[in-house]
Each structure stands twice: as C-alpha cells, then as structure tokens.
Write a protein that binds this ligand. Structure first.
Ligand SMILES: [Zn+2]
Length: 76
C-alpha cells in the first residue's frame, strides 16, 4: 500500500480526534474495583437508576428531566 504524505497526515489527525471522543463513552461512567462495579456519576433520584447526571462542577444535572442537585461538602 502506498499513501500520499498529505493523506497520511490527515489520517493521523483524524485518529487523534476520534480517540479523544471515545474517552467520553458510556464506560467512563463505570469503574471496576476488584469484583465490584462502581458508578462514577450519581443517578437521578427522579428518573431512577440508569439515568446518570452530568457533572457541572458544583452541581449535577439530569439531562432527562432537568433535575439539578448541588454537590455536598462531604461528597467528593
Ligand atoms: Zn432525571
């Protein structure tokens, strides 16, 4: 296979952007600790488990119902 240098460069940039996007997959919401599955985001107390809330710095917001919960000092 012979590729043009310009094409190769473009491909490399595309690959890097794609990798960055992949980091925001659903699997980032979970973390395996030993044999336990740990949720990294809180779930919406209105919608129930399965609906994750988005981290907005000092608060969490549910994208499903719009419920906002402010972070407490104890929760890190
Ligand atoms: Zn909700």
């Amino acid at each position: 296979m012979s590729e043009k240098p310009a094409e190769k460069e473009k491909k490399g940039k595309e690959k890097r952007e794609k990798k960055k996007k992949e980091e925001k997959g659903v699997y980032t919401l979970y973390k395996i600790e030993g044999d336990k599955l740990v949720r990294l985001r809180p779930t919406c107390e209105r919608c129930g488990p399965g609906y994750f809330m988005a981290d907005h710095g000092d608060r969490y917001t549910c994208g499903h119902c719009g419920f906002t919960r402010y972070k407490t000092a104890t929760a890190k």
